[in-house]
Design a protein around this ligand. Sequence first.
Ligand SMILES: *[C@@H]1O[C@H](CO)[C@@H](O)[C@H](O)[C@H]1NC(C)=O
Length: 564
Amino acid sequence: MTFRLNTLLLFAFALQFNSVYGEEPESGSAEPTHNVKLPKFTPYTVSNPVFWEQFTDGLEPVWKRSRAAKQGKDEDRYDGEWAVEEVQELAGIAGDKALVVKSEARHHAISARLSKPFDPALGGLVLQYEVKLQQTLNCGGAYVKLLTAPMKGEFSDATPYTIMFGPDKCGESKLHFIYRHANPITGKYTEHHLQKPPLPPTDGMSHLYTLAIYTNNTFVVSIDGTERKTGSLLEDFDPPVNPPKEIDDPEDSKPADWVDEEKIPDPDAVKPDDWDEDAPAMILDEDAVKPDGWLEDEPLMVPDPEAAKPSDWDDEEDGDWAPPMVPNPRCIDADGCGPWKRPQKRNPDYKGKWSPPLIDNPAYKGKWTPRRIANPDYFEDLAPYKLAKIDAIGFELWTMQAGITFDNIYLGDSVELANRIADDVWKPKHDSELAVLEETNPKPAQQPQSKLARLLELFTVRLEDIAASVKGFYARAQQQGIVEAVRQDHSGAIAVVMAAGGLAWLVWNILSITRYIASLGTPAAVPQPSLPADSQPERSDSAKASSSARADSSKAVNRKGKKA
Ligand SMILES: *[C@@H]1O[C@H](CO)[C@@H](O)[C@H](O)[C@H]1NC(C)=O
């Protein structure tokens, strides 16, 4: 049983190694390898948008690359390259240009100013854009930031934003939706993160991300035109936009005479007369008798009777020769040799130190909690949709893989317009990509997926995430040093530890399989993993449960370790 499960896991691991460390996908060939006739790109006109970008005219003068230093640190400049170019991988539209992230393991920042600041308070906000991952993305962001007006200086991570929205993947993927809201009393901004954000797709197709914020404080997040999350700006964010009315009084402290000991030793209890605190824990076992076969006069070690003084031994130089000591052969079958000692045993009268029993403390006042006072920073904003005005759209990203591609960015306040763009621009592209995909990878005849296949898939997806995090962490550590890498990428560091554990586990598996083969006595025959596991439903269920538990814990790590 154990052996079969191990073989199965090993097999999953082998698959994994092949897919992670096997051949890199080729990139850069624009030659179509299929016969699908792609529709030709034609510009799409949008009437009165706040912002509409199809990248037909290159970067300048709308888009401005940032050369700022990240967090003011010179070694962390935004030196990643950007390009406006035709899509190379799985193009759906002929001659369709897009904005492409060009450098691996670099910070990238680019922004475009709006012709005038946009005020979401007037009629809500609708943001929509396409993301296409031309290379497999293991670690990198693909989110957009709407930069708060007035935008000052070069765009960097320090530039205030009003909304951050879009996919992000480093190990775990998620779709960020963060808004920054100003406390009307202190003016201080706080980031509010959407709770339980949806999972973005990670394939190489063009995907459409839409965020709509309405003047009734509700929002809708859609992927490819399908609603994926709806809710309220007032309720579904962490921390909530409105702070608590009351807080613990920071001035209040526990009175010196407060009694918070719930139990005390009974003051009336007395030590029983027969309680001997001095009785030892162990005593000699008086019932023990020396075994008959104990040879009291025989030493444990004796001089080796067969040893002879070497012929080249020089008593002058080497000292007196003495034979080496060996275990006394007479003791081998005896019960023991040398002086016999009476063994010790547990003392039945041992009680140890007496202590009085615990009773309820009559002076107990309960757990102390500070007084509650009105929160001096309290406010109630019932219209958080009236977000800070927006001056520019920006991408500020770190990525381990190049080829992240953005297109058809719409900003405005019309859901109808966004839907029309989805139907007229994204949908035909999507359909064409699907046709190309179908032609290049004909689908195998649909087979019902076995429990084992699903299980393997679960394992490989998790392992892929871990391998991606390890690779990302390694690259970061090379660039920034191990300490900085651990500081910036907790989930990566944890993945390294998990991978090390996994490796140990792998070695252990190989050892146990080797042992198994050896026990068969036919070292030449390597057993094939036995696949049909449908006969053991309980096992795959529990394996699934542990795999999803791991996914949950790594999610928690991700949340904590993530820089916004
Ligand atoms: C909020 O407004 C939007 C757009 O007008 C509407 O579709 C939605 O149903 C409203 N939600 C609530 C809870 O009123």
